[in-house]
Design a protein around this ligand. Sequence first.
Ligand SMILES: C[S@@+](CC[C@H](N)C(=O)[O-])C[C@H]1O[C@@H](n2cnc3c(N)ncnc32)[C@H](O)[C@@H]1O
Length: 181
Amino acid sequence: MIAPALYSSGSQRDHWGTPPWLVERLLRVGPIILDPCSNASSIVPAKYVFYESDDGLKFDWDSPEDSGVIYVNPPYSRVKQWVPIVAEEGVRLRKKRDTILLVAARTSENWFRPLWSADLFVFLHGRLSFLAPDPAQSKGAEPKKTNAPFPSVLACWSRRPSEIHSAFYDVGAVLETALPF
Ligand SMILES: C[S@@+](CC[C@H](N)C(=O)[O-])C[C@H]1O[C@@H](n2cnc3c(N)ncnc32)[C@H](O)[C@@H]1O
């Protein structure tokens, strides 16, 4: 049974989990050090996690590890709040670690603008099938899958472009930005 607190706020979309195949690709980039917006049913194997009750936006996302991935799949209804903070942390920490943000590929939205500071984008082919936690689900049951009605993109702040290319080259279009940030 998923903890009822999981549904304390936002719509069901806010809790959509990363599918296993994408977790496997992220791990090809490196170990996931931090997931700042996790939940009780997440399969993202991050060393450090923050839940809504902690408020992952309040914390410094740096940690003692010299490298590793910060992976962020923010609550859908609060993307405007999360995007500028993820972009700021991505720029600040990019010499040391890889910050990878999963959002809808809505490049014309105002909230998308801070993301152009990323070093690479992976425009994922097709539409993602997210894991949809269901509070009525019995313990141990496979989470239901739900198809996103939009395309998705990974914005990556990283000084290791070849690792990003080799992790994702066959699941999306990997584009490197040429901006001198
Ligand atoms: C889209 S889900 C992603 C879960 C997991 N990271 C994954 O990718 O499978 C986002 C989760 O962030 C949590 N959340 C919402 N606001 C948060 C906050 N301020 N701090 C930490 N977590 C938060 C919600 O409970 C929600 O389930």
